[in-house]
Design a binder for this molecule. Structure first.
Ligand code: SAM
Length: 266
């Protein structure tokens, strides 16, 4: 199966968004590394796969999850579209004295791998839902084909039941050389099931000094996610809630109040 050739298939907001917005998150990078360690511990306790089969971390960013997998003795690939993200990942990996992962710059819709190659595929931190419905489905179909027998797709996704309760505005404060306060608004459109994540700089009198591009994510309810996974070839789909992070050896039921949830598809 192939995508319809054109690079611009599906919505293209992400091309403009990531290069502009990612440098803003630098002050938050350190805590995110710690969160990745926890999630990887959880995955390793709960997912069985042949450790000879490599992992694939799609939309890896700086590869924080992949680097924890490598620290735990596993090998695999971390793929991202943007060269600077990959470069930061390579730098961090070598600064940490790690022998991997293999970083690859590519479009996740056209992953350059053979079928049945991977034991574990990760889509972490709002990396699923970037495209439109047909493209998101095609992506899952491809990922199913990339998995080896008994392999698992593990995804972190936002929960529309939580985000649909009303607009949320967060004041991220001053710092990082910004000209004003960095503000963030999440607005979920029930009709389209799209979450608009907006960022802007605000001056002393509440005036908008600068607007950044929006992140626009398609959020799927758990029942929609089951349907997508089954349509893609997966036979088993399980969920757990991120808000319930507890000891890493337990699985938690999906909770409707949780802002995000995790999907295991096999
Ligand atoms: C929300 S970030 C998550 C990064 C990483 N998984 C983490 O948890 O730190 C989404 C990532 O997907 C990447 N991405 C977006 N569109 C992509 C595409 N078409 N192909 C490959 N990577 C893409 C972005 O560059 C970004 O690094």
């Amino acid at each position: 199966m192939t995508f319809p050739g054109s690079e611009d298939y599906g919505p293209g907001w992400w091309r403009e968004y990531y290069p502009v917005v990612f440098p803003l998150w630098k002050p938050w990078n350190q805590p995110l590394e710690g969160e990745a360690e926890k999630v990887i511990g959880f995955i390793l306790q709960n997912v069985n796969w042949d450790p000879q089969a490599p992992f694939l971390d799609l939309g890896c960013g700086e590869g924080r999850h992949s680097r924890w997998l490598v620290r735990r003795g596993l090998q695999g690939y971390a793929l991202d579209f943007f060269r600077d993200r990959i470069s930061w990942g390579v730098e961090r990996s070598s600064a940490q004295g790690l022998s991997g992962p293999g970083f690859i710059q590519a479009d996740m819709r056209l992953p350059p791998f053979k079928h049945h190659s991977f034991g574990l595929i990760l889509l972490m931190d709002t990396t699923f839902g970037i495209f439109d419905d047909p493209t998101n489905l095609l992506l899952l179909q491809q990922l199913y084909q990339l998995l080896a027998q008994g392999g698992t797709l593990f995804m972190q996704v936002l929960n529309p039941q939580f985000w649909g309760r009303g607009e949320m505005v967060v004041d991220l404060g001053k710092g990082n050389g910004w000209r004003g306060r960095l503000m963030r608004r999440y607005r979920f459109d029930q009709g389209s099931s799209l979450l608009y994540d907006q960022l802007w700089l605000e001056g002393e009198r509440g005036e908008v000094l600068h607007r950044y591009p929006d992140q626009i994510l398609r959020l799927y309810r758990t029942e929609e996610m089951v349907a997508l996974c089954l349509q893609s070839g997966f036979q088993k789909v399980k969920f757990c809630s991120a808000a319930d992070w507890g000891p890493p050896d337990s699985l938690y039921e999906f909770h409707p109040d949780s802002p995000e949830y995790y999907v295991f598809a096999q």
